[in-house]
Design a protein around this ligand. Structure first.
Ligand code: SF4
Ligand code: SF4
Length: 325
């Protein structure tokens, strides 16, 4: 199936209006066996989605590589656009991250590579070496487009003026879940304004966490309708972990999904994103069932034996580190 594509900002890269977040199948969430995860990626490509998001941190290149291995060279198959990112701060570490992706995915040229999860201006300044590397890699032709991913409205605003940045991957959803600003919290209105400004100066925009990390999945269409209608959004990245979820997303993209559609999320589990958790302990105090404790690294951990999946802890987390999957 050939889903309609359009240009990501002025990058020259053509993407579908929805993309697959590959995080869901990896070690920090479903941790699917290789064949099973590759099947979901391949199925998304076969259904017409041409845009994949991954990251060095996710360790999910293997799934994409396997899905591509069985399709490269096949009649009618065109390579998807693959975006990745790294948390590294130095020039050399970022160069190594780019080399790793090129090797693991057997790519001469990477489509999109980002500074992963930039938190506030000082964080960006601390990663000057990594940003310099990305700019040089683009100048050498090893990467087509570079930019940043962020949960912060102030960082999204910074990107408007960031020389060399072609794209941005911001967090936004209709309930403002997980949006940050400085030391506090941001709003969807602030992020939407930053998105529009990025787009107005030609930066490509693809968004993350339309479902607030799984907490809003029950309002499936309303979530996607909200984000996709925002001025300047080129593509909406959605974490997918099963063929059924691919079908739902494609049906939505093709306008075939009923407004009242609500996926069964009764099987979902609560999980703490260890990279985001700041160890404040609010969730443990909020949990009515004593299902959360702080582990030896000072990070919240859920005991699934006693967790009732009531979801009370997720909105209590100030950094939205608790997600349902
Ligand atoms: S979902 Fe409910 S029971 Fe489970 S950890 Fe969160 S608050 Fe506790
Ligand atoms: S509330 Fe959020 S940041 Fe605080 S300990 Fe729990 S998961 Fe971590």
């Amino acid at each position: 199936m050939d889903m309609k594509k359009h240009e990501l900002g002025r990058s020259g890269i053509m993407v579908t209006s929805v993309g697959m977040g590959v995080l869901s199948i990896g070690r920090t969430q479903l941790d699917l066996p290789l064949a099973e995860g590759a099947d979901v990626v391949g199925y998304a490509l076969d259904r017409g989605i041409n845009f994949l998001d991954t990251a060095e941190w996710y360790q999910t290149y293997k799934y994409i590589a396997e899905a591509l291995r069985t399709r490269r060279g096949a009649a009618g198959f065109t390579m998807p656009v693959v975006a990745s990112k790294s948390l590294e701060t130095s020039y050399d570490a970022m160069a190594a991250a780019i080399d790793d992706m090129r090797r693991d995915l057997d790519l001469d040229v990477i489509d999109i590579f980002l500074l992963h999860e930039v938190r506030q201006h000082p964080d960006f300044a601390n990663r000057a070496g990594a940003w310099e590397c990305l700019n040089e890699m683009k100048a050498k032709g090893a990467v087509k487009a570079i930019g940043i991913s962020t949960h912060y409205t102030d960082v999204a605003e910074l990107n408007v003026y960031l020389t060399g940045s072609d794209v941005i991957f911001p967090l936004i959803n209709k309930n403002s879940l997980g949006i940050r600003r400085g030391e506090g919290f941001g709003t969807k209105e602030d992020m939407a304004a930053a998105i529009a400004r990025n787009s107005a100066v030609g930066k490509g925009v693809f968004t993350m966490k339309a479902f607030g990390g799984g907490n809003l999945t029950g309002e499936y269409r309303a979530c996607l309708d909200y984000v996709s209608a925002l001025p300047g959004v080129d593509s909406v990245m959605v974490g997918l972990g099963a063929r059924r979820e691919v079908d739902d997303l494609v049906a939505w993209a093709e306008g075939r999904l009923d407004l009242a559609y609500a996926p069964d999320i009764s099987h979902k589990r609560i999980r703490v994103d260890e990279g985001d958790c700041e160890g404040c302990g609010v969730c443990a105090r909020r949990c009515p069932n004593g299902a959360i404790h702080m582990n030896e690294y000072g990070v919240a951990k859920v005991d699934h034996e006693v967790c009732l999946t009531c979801g009370y802890c997720a909105p209590a987390c100030p950094v939205r580190a608790i997600i349902m999957y």
